[in-house]
Ligand binder design. Structure first.
Ligand SMILES: Cc1cc2nc3c(=O)[nH]c(=O)nc-3n(C[C@H](O)[C@H](O)[C@H](O)COP(=O)(O)O)c2cc1C
Length: 177
């Protein structure tokens, strides 16, 4: 059954911090009917070439799941003052599937200075695909994690706020469209 609420972990790192936040967000969101957690490691994707890569079966699988959802929470690593190439590749390959989604972000970074790095992804989803972006995004640096677990009450609270406000936003944007 297609899910209304998707949480996608885009880090390919086995010891990922953004995945820890994605899993926490999913624990909260799965109380809603029809929710699903996706780990990009389980859907290996070709690099987008604007051509044959679109024929990969995992592209169709992910596109269909994104298309069917009304809310997508994306957990992303921050690389080079931007979001990771793997996350960008996902968006490039699934393109129009993002039309009219409500989108929220959980960003994991090494330090505090890259906190605006998600802006270009937010902009492209907003302008290309008319997504409604939840401004209540989560940004956590390495100090929020210890022994492969979230260890920061403020980040925990922000994840809860992100989930709660995203569900509300997804409901109201459905009414508007
Ligand atoms: C190639 C690369 C580039 C990175 N660039 C940045 C950066 O610009 N700013 C930053 O704060 N951290 C940067 N980091 C640190 C990562 O954001 C950090 O390791 C984070 O935990 C990655 O998310 P993940 O653990 O979910 O994979 C970089 C790490 C790598 C491997």
């Amino acid at each position: 059954m297609p899910a209304d609420y998707l949480v996608i972990s885009t880090s390919l790192n086995p010891g990922s911090n953004s995945r820890i936040m994605a899993q926490r967000a999913y624990e909260l969101i799965k109380k809603q009917e029809k929710s699903e957690y996706l780990d990009l490691r389980e859907y290996p994707l070709p690099v987008c070439d604007g051509d044959a890569a679109y024929e990969d079966p995992n592209v169709a699988k992910l596109s269909n799941k994104i298309k069917a959802a009304k809310l997508v929470l994306l957990a992303v690593p921050i690389y080079n003052y931007s979001f990771s190439a793997a996350a960008k590749n996902l968006v490039e390959l699934t393109g129009q599937a993002w039309n009219d989604k409500t989108v929220g972000f959980l960003c994991a970074a090494g330090g505090k200075s890259s906190y605006m790095s998600i802006i270009s992804l937010a902009n492209s989803l907003m302008f290309d695909f008319r997504c409604v972006i939840n401004p209540r995004f989560v940004y956590a640096d390495g100090s929020a994690f210890k022994n492969d677990a979230l260890y920061d009450a403020e980040i925990e609270k922000r994840i809860e706020e992100l989930v709660k406000s995203s569900i509300a936003l997804a409901g109201s944007s459905t009414v508007l469209s």
